[in-house]
Design a protein around this ligand. Structure first.
Ligand code: PSU
Ligand code: MN
Length: 316
């Protein structure tokens, strides 16, 4: 009886999930697949650079031996593997698309609505599809002043419970990086520095905070994640990959822009899910687009590492 109920649940789940033919074939053949999020397209970058970047990231994943699966919610379907047309659609609609976190899934599905997936929902849908590695730019975290606002990204809770490796460039100092690390420690999420002992801060390679472990190869990343899965340890793993030196920004420039953006956010009374998109757009404006160029490069860099790691994981 219990099994029947479980089967019914799985069958229902599959009704909502729509995996592209290419991704389905790759997964069935045991080939490497890398998940990609769509909030970075709709809310993280302006049009048309968002669409160009999303397509370039997919290309980079292919060049490094894996199949890309851009994840989004389209017409209420949980899509693992968007078409270039769907990516263009999300990119053009931009902030008019719902930024979809875990709490948004039930109603968006029931209404057959669209949603751009954050790190949280990309992890959820990747796990449903059987994808283990996910590349993005930055994750959400504990916001500055969270002691008062309680603004802590759902991304941290998802990392605590969903078995997907997230490759990012660290977290922006729009967040409280120290508290973000404390939260991840409490939740048992391993924070790995790729080729570094220091947590990268997205636009810069340095934050002054230590990661839990430094790992220097995709093979060892894969071995550590495989061990976590095999032991049944709940949750994901956070791989922080520093932006390549030549694209990193001067610390003073980015710090000044972030302070200014935080001040304007306060003055405008922005809160909740609007915070992160507001800060991202402000920082971009204040740095005259320089931060956008860095942002694009770090995502490509993460895509390369994620593809190699997904490959290593398949060979394990
Ligand atoms: N940080 C970035 N770029 C992004 C995001 C965060 O540098 O695009 C997006 C991601 O989709 C992330 C989400 O999951 O913002 C976090 O939003 P919130 O802080 O509201 O949880
Ligand atoms: Mn929040």
């Amino acid at each position: 009886m219990k099994n029947e109920i479980n089967r019914a649940l799985v069958a229902k789940k599959n009704e909502y999930l729509s995996i592209s033919d290419e991704v389905k074939a790759a997964l069935a053949a045991g080939k490497p697949v890398v998940a990609l999020e769509s909030t970075i397209i709709s809310h993280g970058m302006p049009y048309p650079q968002n669409v160009e970047t999303a397509l370039r990231v997919e290309q980079t994943i292919r060049e490094n031996g894996a199949v890309p699966a851009t994840i989004a919610i389209i017409g209420g379907k949980l899509k693992a593997g968007c078409t270039p047309e769907e990516i263009e659609y999300l990119g053009r609609k931009g902030q008019a698309v719902t930024k979809a976190s875990r709490r948004d899934l039930p109603v968006l599905i029931a209404r057959k609505a669209d949603g751009a997936t954050t790190v949280t929902t990309t992890m959820i849908i990747a796990a449903m599809a059987g994808i283990k590695v996910f590349a993005t730019g930055g994750i959400g975290g504990v916001h500055r002043g969270a002691q008062q606002t309680f603004d802590i990204s759902a991304d941290l809770e998802e990392l605590a419970q969903t078995p997907v490796m997230v490759v990012c460039a660290g977290a922006k100092s729009i967040l409280d990086l120290g508290l973000t690390l404390e939260y991840l420690e409490t939740k048992g999420v391993p924070v790995i520095g790729y080729g570094t002992d220091e947590l990268p801060a997205f636009y810069t390679r340095h934050s002054g905070f230590q990661v839990d472990y430094r790992i220097d190869s995709p093979e060892e990343l894969a071995a550590a994640f495989r061990a976590k899965l095999d032991c049944g340890l709940k949750g994901g793993m956070l791989v922080t990959n520093p932006i390549p030196e030549e694209y990193s920004m001067p610390k003073e420039v980015i710090d000044r822009a972030i302070e200014q953006a935080l001040k304007e956010m306060d003055e405008a009374g922005i809160h909740g899910k609007q915070c992160t998109p507001f800060l991202l757009a402000k920082v971009k404006d204040l740095t005259g687009g320089e931060s956008l160029a860095s942002n694009i490069q770090l995502v490509l860099n993460n895509a390369r590492l994620a593809a190699k790691t997904a490959k290593a994981l398949c060979e394990k």
